[in-house]
Design a protein around this ligand. Structure first.
Ligand code: GMT
Length: 375
C-alpha cells in the first residue's frame, strides 16, 4: 500500500488549462487516498464537491486603502504556511509559477523546520514563455524554480523553453497533461438540438480567449471556408468574447458561430462536436486538443510549441504554420468535407489520448516526483 500523503495544491481557480489540470490531479490524488488541500482565492471551477479527504482553504485578499494594487502573494504565502502546519503537508504543489512558486518559497521561510513541506512547481506555459521573458518577473521566477524541490513541465517544448528563457539548469521532469472526461449529462442529439443544429459538422474551440489564442485568426479561418458540407463553429469561452463581436458582424458570421460562456459540463459539448479548431500563436500543450481527442474528435491546429507532442500530424489531426491562413483553411475544409477521414483520425486520436495522456500515467508520475523529493 503506497504511503498516504498530505498534499497542498495551489492553482488559478478560473477556467484555464493550469487550473483545470490541477483540479483533475487533486481529485485523482484524493481518490487514491491522499489528503488534498486546495489553497486559492476561490474554489477552483472544475473542482467537484469536497469530500472527506478533499479540502479548500480560501485566501483572503486585503483591500487596505494604502495599496494602489491589491497584493495576493503575501496572503497566499501566509495561508500556505498556515495550512502546511495545520494539515502537516508533505508536499506543496503549485501550478503556474507566478506568483504561486514565489509564494511557496516564501511560505517555507515562515514554517517551522519540523513541518516543512517539499515544494513542487509545475510550469504550464506563459509562466515561462511570456512572464519568463519579462524583466520584471524573470529573475523572481528563476529564484523560485531553483528553490523548488522539483520542477515539472507539461511538455518537452516547455521544459526546453524554460531552460532557454529562464536560464536555469534545474532538472525538469516532463509530465504531459491528462484529461479524464466525466460522463456527459445529455445526449449528443439533445445538445445538437439545443444548439439549433441539423446536419452541420460541429467544430469546437475551447479556450480562455486570451490574445495568444488568436480568435481573430480563428474567425478569419471560418470566414475563408467554402465547403460542400455545412458546418458551425462552437466557441466554449472561458473569457470575454465581446471584443470579437465586431469581427463576427464584419465577416457576417452570425449564423456560423455559436458562443457559450463558462459551460459547466464541457463533456456534453465535446460529445456533440466533430472536430477541434485551434489557432494559437503559442501553446505549451493545448489541453483543448486533448479534450477533443478523448471524444474521438481530431483537430486542425497551428503547429506551435508543444502541439506536435499532442497531435500526430496526418494521423490524429492536421497542423499548419500560424502565418499560413490558406493552409489552415484548406486543412479545416479537408476534414469538414471528408467524414471518413474525420472518423478515422478521430479513432486514432482517442487511442493516442488513452495511450499517451491517461490520468493513470500522469498521476503516477506526479506521485513518483513527490516520493522522490520526500525520500
Ligand atoms: O490558462 C492557464 O491556466 C494556463 C495557460 C497558460 O497560458 O499558461 O495554459 C497553459 O497551460 C495549459 C495546461 O497545462 C496548456 O494546455 C496550455 O497549452 C498552456 N497555454 C499556453 O502555453 C499558452
Amino acid at each position: 500500500m503506497p504511503k498516504k500523503l498530505n498534499i497542498g495544491i495551489t492553482c488559478y481557480p478560473s477556467i484555464g488549462g493550469s487550473g483545470i489540470l490541477a483540479s483533475a490531479l487533486g481529485e485523482k490524488l484524493a481518490l487514491k487516498g491522499h489528503d488534498v488541500h486546495f489553497i486559492s482565492y476561490e474554489r477552483p471551477i472544475r473542482l467537484p464537491h469536497l469530500d472527506n479527504n478533499l479540502f479548500f482553504h480560501p485566501v483572503k485578499i486585503s483591500d487596505y486603502g494604502l495599496f494602489k494594487y491589491p497584493d495576493y502573494t503575501l496572503p497566499l504565502s501566509v495561508k500556505m504556511a498556515e495550512v502546511a502546519q495545520s494539515a502537516s503537508l508533505d508536499i506543496l504543489h503549485v501550478h503556474y509559477a507566478v506568483p504561486h512558486a514565489t509564494a511557496a518559497v516564501l511560505a517555507k521561510q515562515m514554517i517551522a523546520q519540523a513541518s516543512l513541506p517539499k515544494v513542487v512547481t509545475t510550469l504550464h506555459g506563459t509562466d515561462t514563455t511570456l512572464l519568463g521573458q519579462d524583466p520584471s518577473y524573470g529573475p523572481a521566477i528563476r529564484y523560485a524554480l531553483e528553490r523548488s524541490d522539483a520542477v515539472t513541465a507539461v511538455s518537452h517544448f516547455l521544459a526546453s523553453e524554460t531552460r532557454r528563457i529562464i536560464g536555469t539548469t534545474k532538472p525538469i521532469d516532463v509530465i504531459h497533461n491528462f484529461f479524464e472526461p466525466k460522463k456527459a449529462l445529455k445526449t449528443r442529439e439533445e445538445i445538437r438540438t439545443s444548439l439549433g443544429l441539423k446536419d452541420e459538422v460541429l467544430l469546437c474551440h475551447a479556450s480562455n480567449l486570451r490574445p495568444l489564442k488568436r480568435i481573430d485568426r480563428l474567425l478569419n479561418l471560418i470566414a475563408g471556408l467554402n465547403t460542400q458540407t455545412p458546418f458551425k463553429l462552437l466557441i466554449l469561452a472561458g473569457g470575454d468574447f465581446s471584443t470579437h463581436k465586431a469581427q463576427v458582424d464584419r465577416l457576417k458570421l452570425n449564423n456560423k458561430v455559436i458562443v457559450l460562456d463558462n459551460v459547466a459540463s464541457i463533456e456534453d459539448y465535446l460529445n456533440a462536436s466533430d472536430m477541434g479548431l485551434f489557432t494559437s500563436d503559442s501553446e505549451s500543450f493545448c489541453l483543448g486538443i486533448l479534450e477533443a481527442m478523448c471524444f474521438g474528435a481530431p483537430s486542425v491546429s497551428t503547429q506551435v510549441g508543444g502541439i506536435p507532442e499532442v497531435i500526430e500530424e496526418g494521423k490524429t489531426g492536421l497542423m499548419c504554420d500560424p502565418e499560413n491562413l490558406p493552409g489552415l483553411i484548406e486543412a479545416a475544409a479537408r476534414l469538414i468535407d471528408n467524414k471518413a477521414l474525420r472518423q478515422t483520425m478521430g479513432i486514432e486520436a482517442k487511442k493516442r489520448a488513452s495511450e499517451l495522456f491517461s490520468s493513470d500515467t500522469a498521476v503516477a508520475a506526479y506521485e513518483a516526483v513527490y516520493n522522490r523529493v520526500l525520500s
